[in-house]
Design a protein around this ligand. Structure first.
Ligand SMILES: Cc1ncc(C[n+]2csc(CCOP(=O)(O)OP(=O)(O)O)c2C)c(N)n1
Length: 698
């Protein structure tokens, strides 16, 4: 039989535990391991990382329910088999077959993943799945579910920030999470004693998580402990940690020589005493469940099935190069809608409050999670104030850890299938979450579309202050509160990045962003939260943009990936200015001043969405004006604006009458606190105007 789909052959161990079935699963894991190890050395594929010594993880999964969630790591072949019964999957991935259930042959072997089987996508980054697992636990708790999530990691994984984020998520919110530390004594060549000091069990208990040390070389003891801990979690006693002591029977991976770092006696001792498969076989003999001949027969049967599976898998199709861009990003398909609500002049902060309230109204599972967001103030800027007052429990204050925050929203979104919102107080501080964010955006690609991470990250970005730079005093945000953010987010494949300039766009785009299955970063410029529409130097409001301070009540959406083209002045367009966020306002003022004195017209292309940006609108504007300027609040070091500038040179060269101009902040950390230095640091309407005058004089 050729099974040419990404399905699995399910053969689930019945509850209560059937120790013979458990033994068969563990033997299957070991047999696949041994086969793949040989095939790797025969050069059949580039890499393999094994499970030998970790097969008792099948007993942990056997103690859970089929609808519990799993966040596995690369040694968990036995856990995979116990949950899925699928021996084809590991072979398909090792041989990179399109039928692979974990990534359709796109990821390295041993990266377990299956939405259908509730197995979150394993990352190569050790520990990195942990904050997502916390998010799953958070969602289960909010839905009053009886399900739990089991998250496993090695002893090295315990030292990662990610593991510690999960620990805190689980402890602080008392989440239904079973953390299993598979301690085989090694992290490549480094001993466990380097990963933590003292007792892991006591450490966990001190932090508010019940913990036990368990002998993982004994599958029956492992099963009993896992059953007990799962029961504690389900009965509402909060999370639990299992410190599972194991032996690593092979080298770290196919790239490591075991003899180069482990002593012969230690290897021999580990092999003789810490093999969970042999130990369970011995237990079955001692308890009269099986005879030696039965153990031999099971091994032979498994081997025969495996050989048959391998020959089938080798017939299955290999990936073709033409699929390389599949499942990178999913921009939501916008459906045209006309805002019907009454329009009111509203600042951007009001528009954001309204959008979040609309989301809460339409989706009972929607929440915002972040520092201070649940306080009566609604976060330090007040963006969640309406949620706090009108939707109790939907704006939830978090511990002060950005990675923890993103993990909660990302994991919850994964199992809810809808975006949940992480608020990062200042974009500068997203950096502890940078890996989690990057991985959230990678999940769809890595799992070949099986998993997606709907996730909304809202964050205050750019210089501080309460209005256009040229119309106010210094923002005073200084270092740590003034970064722009787009230079980080627009380089992440799979991430949508939005930076609105006006209240109308902020509300419509935020509502559309919540429909996305790809993660969205929503950069809210601090200067625009309370900003008035921009004015020219005579104090006149600029009508072309001022209308976007009128915000309709109720629900409406705007398309992601579409720029807004603003025409300032009358007659033929002499220049196109590409900008976003605060710089749109600065550029409007500069353009208005120029056309007031010189006549003619200037176009401002407000990108609104930065990734993916509206190439069509940029090309059309350049084609019409033949002169272009890119203006950014970023510092000029491989900025997003440099990317746009370079794109114009590459794609619009023959439409240009001169070199595209470029204005950015200076090459220094953003931004000095005092007014003279801060004001000179950023582009302003004045510097833009000077540049326009130079260009038009050429
Ligand atoms: C964050 C991160 N740092 C480094 C590596 C390289 N690396 C891969 S596996 C590994 C050791 C992991 O040890 P442990 O968590 O104890 O698991 P084990 O392999 O022993 O089962 C390291 C350092 C990585 N993949 N991810």
């Amino acid at each position: 039989m050729i099974v040419n789909i990404r399905a699995t052959e399910t053969d689930v161990t019945a509850q209560p535990l059937d120790p013979i079935a458990l033994y068969r699963t563990m033997v299957t894991a070991r047999s696949i391991n041994d086969l793949l190890k040989i095939r790797k050395t025969q050069g059949k594929f580039p890499f393999y990382i094994g499970c030998a010594g970790h097969e008792s993880m099948a007993a942990v999964v056997a103690a859970l329910n089929q609808d519990d969630w799993l966040a596995l790591y690369y040694r968990d072949m036995a856990a995979w088999l116990q949950r899925t019964g699928d021996m084809y999957g590991p072979l398909r991935e090792a041989y990179s077959r399109t039928t692979g259930p974990m990534g359709a042959g796109r990821n390295m072997p041993s990266h377990y993943s299956s939405k259908r089987h509730r197995i979150l996508p394993t990352f190569s980054e050790v520990g990195a799945l942990a904050p997502f697992a916390g998010g799953v636990g958070f969602s289960l708790q909010r839905h009053n579910s009886n399900e739990l999530i089991m998250c496993s990691t090695g002893d090295g994984g315990v030292a990662t920030n990610d593991f510690n984020a999960l620990f805190r998520q689980a402890a602080v919110h008392q989440l239904p999470v079973l953390i299993v530390v598979e301690d085989n004594g090694w992290a490549i060549t480094t001993a466990s004693s380097i990963q933590w000091a003292g007792s892991l069990v006591e450490w966990a208990k001190g932090g508010g998580v019940y913990a036990e040390e368990v002998d993982g070389t004994d599958a029956m003891a492992t099963y009993e402990a896992a059953t007990r801990l799962a029961h504690c979690i389900r009965s509402g006693q909060g999370p639990a940690l299992m410190h599972l002591r194991l032996g690593l029977l092979d080298s770290h991976s196919s790239s490591t020589d075991i003899k180069s770092y482990r002593k012969k006696e230690e290897i021999e001792f580990t092999t003789a005493t810490k093999d969970p498969v042999k130990n369970l076989g011995r237990w079955l003999l001692e308890h009269g469940h099986l005879q030696q001949a039965d153990l031999d027969r099971i091994r032979k049967e498994v081997r025969a099935k495996l050989e048959q599976a391998e020959s089938q898998v080798l017939q299955e199709p290999e990936p073709s190069a033409d699929r390389v861009l599949n499942h990178v990003i999913q921009v939501p398909q916008w459906q045209e809608n006309i805002p019907l609500g009454k329009k009111r002049r509203t600042p951007m902060l009001g528009a954001i409050n309204e959008a979040l309230a609309e989301l809460a109204q339409r989706d009972s599972g929607f929440f915002v999670y972040g520092q201070d967001v649940g306080s009566p103030k609604g976060g330090v800027f007040g963006a969640t104030n309406t949620l706090v007052t009108q939707f109790p429990g939907r704006a939830i204050s978090s511990p002060l850890n950005e990675q923890l925050i993103v993990g909660i929203a990302a994991g919850a979104g994964m199992i809810d299938g809808k975006a949940r919102c992480a608020e990062i107080q200042f974009v500068d501080y997203h950096q502890s979450a940078a890996q989690t964010i990057r991985l959230a955006a990678r999940v769809s690609y890595q799992s070949y579309g099986d998993w997606t991470v709907p996730l909304l990250i809202r964050t205050k970005s750019g210089s501080g202050g309460g209005g256009p730079i040229s119309s106010s005093t210094a923002g005073g945000g200084a270092f740590g509160h003034s970064n722009t953010g787009e230079q980080w987010f627009t380089t992440i494949p799979g991430m949508i990045t939005i930076c609105p300039a006006t209240p109308f766009d902020a509300k419509g785009l935020l509502l559309e962003a919540a429909r996305s299955q790809s993660p969205v970063t929503f950069l809210e410029r601090g200067r625009l939260y309370r900003s008035e529409p921009p004015k020219d130097s005579q104090g006149n409001i600029i009508p072309a943009i001022a209308e976007y301070w009128q915000v309709p009540d109720g629900y409406y959406t705007l398309p992601i990936g579409k720029a807004r083209r603003l025409r300032i002045g009358e007659g033929p367009i002499s220049l196109a200015i590409i900008a976003w966020g605060t710089m749109v306002l600065e550029a409007c003022t500069a353009a208005a001043n120029v056309v007031n004195s010189e006549g003619g017209a200037i176009e401002i292309v407000d990108l609104r969405t930065l990734a993916p940006f509206d190439e069509e609108a940029v090309a059309a504007a350049v084609h019409e004006a033949n002169r272009v300027m890119v203006v950014t609040e970023e510092i000029d070091l491989t900025s997003f604006a440099r990317h746009v500038h370079s794109w114009i040179v590459q794609h619009c060269f023959y439409d240009l009458d001169g070199t595209p101009a470029f204005i950015s902040a200076l090459q220094a950390p953003p931004a000095p606190y005092n007014a003279p230095e801060e004001t000179v640091f950023y582009p302003t309407a004045r510097t833009i105007q000077e540049k326009i005058e130079d260009l038009l004089a050429e």
